[in-house]
Design a protein around this ligand. Structure first.
Ligand code: KDG
Ligand code: MG
Length: 403
């Protein structure tokens, strides 16, 4: 029987910080898992190195479900992003190995193809409405069928999701969290106007998305959703923090604007009521933060029973290993909705050589066995880890708000 011989944790910063797990079997087969938790990278690296790696060595890499149960139930302590990200990395690496051993791409192990390509949405942003409209048009010209739109709030400055210059959007900053000002009143006044301006200028023949990024109360979110109904958003994302799943009922009762939630949630129990009570339309949990391919498949299957579709998180802090795993899963599941996609930096793509490619606004999986990603550890070692934090939002009176 083949056993797990080695598991190595790489922490490097090619373009940004990534934590990567590589498992090697006694037959010399390797599998990759992403273990990146933005701003808390070293906690997951330690969870893996100090607690999980010693448990992996000598075990059967083929028993993916048993491994998941063993690592989840065996910890006694339940859920939480650090635990779930560490388990995700192991699970993803084992699916990669299983694919390589079988000589099949992972989507084939998940039941085969349900679609030819995976529709993605790109991130457009602007410091004002004109700049935003230009940016949305730029992505339309590049062939994207769906675009997320975020513009800065005038006078306040602070808002979520505005790219600095022409570079890649990156909210994490060095040494201390950047503090960003926030005004709910200014946002509620401004955001519906710029979303309407995008539609007025560019029309309705593409999907338009918007990320509220947890900033509103349920009642404010209900008002926002109602106000933008004529804009026909594909979704409003994270309208209110989701610790209290019940909070979404109030939003739901007031608006037909579709709701997407889940990027900061890490288990099926965190989305259980959102799904079973049909309080959301899209579930955005991901491979890397919600327990790997095994657990995310379980979430997606539950969602399918309630006509909730998938819309996995795919910002640049999720490595190309997660993106590949997501695209395999998206290709296979019946209730796929959309996949978030932000291109990585060139140096990131040089370290993680992935078969996934973008064509006509869709991501396509490759046919290589496993996930189709190779990790260049020698190149990665040239980019040492750099401490980074996500920003903190403060209201104009100085009190902390949800970022
Ligand atoms: O690390 C946090 C980011 O991934 C998150 O802020 C991005 O909200 C996000 C999105 O929708 O991509
Ligand atoms: Mg988001």
């Amino acid at each position: 029987m083949s056993t797990i011989e080695r598991a190595e944790v790489f922490v490097a910063s090619p373009g940004r910080n990534f934590v990567t797990l590589r498992i090697t079997t006694s037959d010399g087969v390797t599998g990759l898992g992403d273990a990146t938790l933005n701003g808390r990278e070293l906690a997951v690296a330690s969870y893996l190195r100090d607690h999980l790696v010693p448990l992996l060595v000598g075990r059967d890499p083929a028993r993916i479900e048993d491994m998941w149960q063993y690592l989840y139930r065996g910890a006694y302590w339940r859920r939480g992003p650090v635990t779930m990200t560490a388990i995700s990395a192991v699970d993803t690496a084992l699916w990669d190995i299983k694919g390589k051993v079988a000589g099949l791409p992972v989507y084939q192990l998940l039941g085969g193809r349900s679609r030819e390509g995976v529709m993605v949405y790109a991130h457009a942003s602007g410091t004002d409405t004109e700049a935003l409209i230009d940016d949305v048009q730029r992505f339309r010209d590049l062939g994207y069928r769906a675009v997320r739109a975020q513009a800065a709030v005038p006078d306040v400055g602070g808002t979520y999701g505005i790219r600095k210059g022409n570079g890649i959007y990156e909210p994490a900053s060095s040494s201390r969290p950047e503090e960003q000002p926030w005004s709910t009143e200014a946002y509620l006044d401004h955001a519906p106007r710029y979303l309407r301006a995008v539609r007025e200028r560019l029309g309705f023949d593409f999907h338009l998305l918007h990320d509220v990024h947890h900033r509103l109360t349920p009642l404010e979110a209900a008002r926002f959703g109602k106000e933008v109904e004529d804009v026909r958003l594909f979704w409003m994302e994270d309208p209110t923090p989701a610790e209290n799943q019940e909070a979404f009922r109030l939003i739901r009762q007031h608006t037909t604007t579709p709701i997407a939630v889940g990027e900061a949630l890490s288990s099926i129990w965190d989305v259980q009521h959102l799904i079973t009570e049909q309080l959301v339309d899209y579930v955005r949990t991901t491979v890397v933060h919600a327990g790997g391919i095994t657990h995310l498949r379980r979430i997606f299957d539950l969602a399918a029973l309630y006509q909730v579709r998938t819309g996995s998180h795919g910002a640049t802090d999720l490595s190309p290993v997660t993106l590949a795993a997501a695209v395999h899963l998206d290709t296979a599941v019946p209730n796929f909705g959309i996949q978030e996609y932000m291109a990585h930096a060139e140096v990131t793509d040089a370290v993680f050589r992935s078969e996934v490619r973008l064509e006509d606004g869709h991501l396509l999986v490759g046919e290589a066995p496993g996930l189709g990603v190779e990790y260049d550890e020698t190149l990665a070692a040239r980019y040492p880890y750099e401490p980074r934090y996500l920003p903190v939002a403060r209201r104009l009176d100085g009190s902390v708000h949800d970022w």
